[in-house]
Design a protein around this ligand. Structure first.
Ligand code: CA
Length: 220
């Protein structure tokens, strides 16, 4: 069937990785360490990281933002894809999780490209806007608390330049968004968020079924 996105069973997924994944050793090590973490499911899939690195390069991005760092895998992927003077502002509230991140960023030699802001992300975004940095960012990745997704998105839409991209993680929420009987708060929020973007004509939109679902919102 060519008119529908293919389903990946384990065998096909392993094949996909075997012929396409290019993961630097340091990222592999970070992924291994994170796999032993009690919240390991917050780590993005390696092929998703590689895809986002490609997007960062495609955009020629110099300024990037990440909301939700965890142990730093996606931030490291992005930082490695940025040019030597590129900058990633990485927002998180956990000192504990980001300690792991900082250790790997340093080992990879990209810590000078990453500006970690340990504060609620909305505060950091407001500061950037107050600093006059609207329309200056090339790329943003939202992977933080789902409750604030709409608020993050609106602020990022101001901070991103026209022709810049916002990537939003977990929009398929393990398939729960498509099951009407599931009505917990996070699922409902994500469902409403997805609907909101579908109707938003400020962006070009694509929902890519990679990882747990990655929406690409390209600012017009
Ligand atoms: Ca995620």
């Amino acid at each position: 069937m060519a008119n529908k996105t293919i389903s990946l069973d384990n065998q096909l997924y392993d094949y996909l990785l075997s012929v396409s994944l290019r993961e630097p050793e340091i990222l592999f090590q970070l992924r291994e360490e994170t796999a032993r973490h009690p919240k390991a499911n917050m780590q993005i899939a390696p092929e998703q990281g590689q895809f986002m690195a490609l997007l960062v390069q495609l955009l020629g991005a110099k300024k990037a933002l990440e909301l939700g760092v965890f142990t730093g895998y996606s931030a490291l992927r992005i930082a490695l894809a940025l040019p030597p003077k590129g900058q990633l502002i990485a927002c998180d509230v956990s000192e504990e999780f980001t300690q792991v991140a900082r250790r790997y960023w340093q080992a990879a030699g990209v810590d000078h490209k990453i500006n970690l802001r340990l504060a609620p992300a909305l505060e950091t975004l407001d500061q950037l806007l107050a600093n006059g940095e609207a329309n200056t960012f090339d790329f943003a990745f939202i992977d933080a608390d789902k409750d604030n997704y709409s608020y993050y998105y609106e602020k990022l839409l101001q901070l991103i330049r026209p022709g810049g991209l916002i990537a939003i993680d977990n929009v398929l929420w393990s398939g729960r968004v498509a099951q009407p009987d599931i009505q917990d708060q996070q699922t409902v929020i994500l469902r409403e968020f997805n609907q909101q973007l579908q109707e938003d004509d400020r962006i070009f939109l694509s929902l890519v079924p990679i990882g747990d679902g990655l929406t690409l919102a390209f600012k017009q």
